[in-house]
Design a protein around this ligand. Structure first.
Ligand code: UDP
Length: 259
């Protein structure tokens, strides 16, 4: 890593550095895994590289279908150059099948197909544990304008349609996923683009060829086995990784568990 780079921000799973060109930043994908609002932590070697490569692949596909994203290009296996944006403080969750917090909140059995896709918004605030908010909160507190929120909803539906089909084609059920959006000014116009990442860290992916086995971060959250093997399989089915390429074999190192 180049030590002369200026670090702008370090989050739970990524580090942001100043970019080499104006209005760009470098995103570095770490091997750190956190769950339950960072109460459970571990370092899982190889996770950052797999997430970077999967996210690069999916963002490139989305750019190709005219869905604007912050992604510009990958710099190496772990880092990508992205457009600098102001992150909208919302986690936008799209759901197709009941799981996780929705199943718990509404007493639904995990795996129940939803009558239609449902979009939820959470206010990005670790101290508050990312509370769920609605359109009223978002516009009243000025986190996004009604027009921006409209763009975010339309883009989320399009992304869901595209990704659901893409994963279905490789025997993977896209149960739910989390998106983040950013804004930037272009020709005096404010534009919204997809930001952050799309990887098995922020999706629920179930293996339709193997009894709906989990291929996502629930493996870490619920101690279900080897996370890198599962992420590697996702990358392999997407065609990012060659069938004979081997995943890194190191075991997760538990740093802290306060559960
Ligand atoms: N998610 C995420 N980051 C978060 C919360 C949720 O990426 O801080 C993703 C999660 O991986 C899942 C979807 O959003 O794919 C829905 O998560 P849910 O609300 O069920 O919460 P969880 O059960 O993960 O706490």
């Amino acid at each position: 890593m180049n030590s002369r780079r200026t670090r702008i921000y370090e989050g739970k799973a990524k580090i942001i550095y100043e970019g080499p060109e104006p209005n760009t930043v470098i995103v570095h994908f770490k091997d750190d895994a956190t769950a339950f609002n960072a109460e459970k932590k571990a370092v899982i070697e190889g996770k950052g590289v797999l997430n970077q490569r999967i996210s690069e692949f999916l963002f490139t596909k989305l750019n190709d279908i005219g869905l604007p994203t912050h992604f510009l290009r990958s710099l190496n296996m772990r880092e990508q150059l992205v457009r600098e944006v102001e992150i909208i403080p919302l986690e936008v969750v799209v759901r197709n099948v009941a799981a996780g917090s929705l199943a718990k909140r509404l007493g639904l059995e995990e795996g129940t197909a939803l009558p239609r896709s449902i979009i939820e918004c959470y206010y990005k605030n670790d101290k508050l544990g990312d509370p769920m908010v609605n359109e009223e909160h978002i516009t009243a507190f000025g986190w996004a304008t009604p027009m921006e929120l409209d763009d975010i909803m339309h883009m989320s539906i399009r992304i869901n349609d595209f990704l659901t089909g893409l994963f279905l084609g490789i025997g993977i059920k896209l149960v739910d996923f989390k998106l983040e959006f950013g804004r930037f000014v272009e020709n005096d116009m404010m534009r919204i683009v997809l930001a952050d990442e799309i990887s098995p860290d922020c999706c629920r992916l179930w293996d339709m060829r193997n009894n709906n086995a989990k291929m996502d971060k629930d493996i870490f959250r619920r101690d279900l086995g080897n996370l890198v093997d599962a992420y590697h399989e996702v990358a392999k089915r997407l065609g990012i990784i060659q069938p004979n390429e081997q995943p890194e074999r190191s075991k997760p190192k538990l740093v802290k568990t306060d559960l």
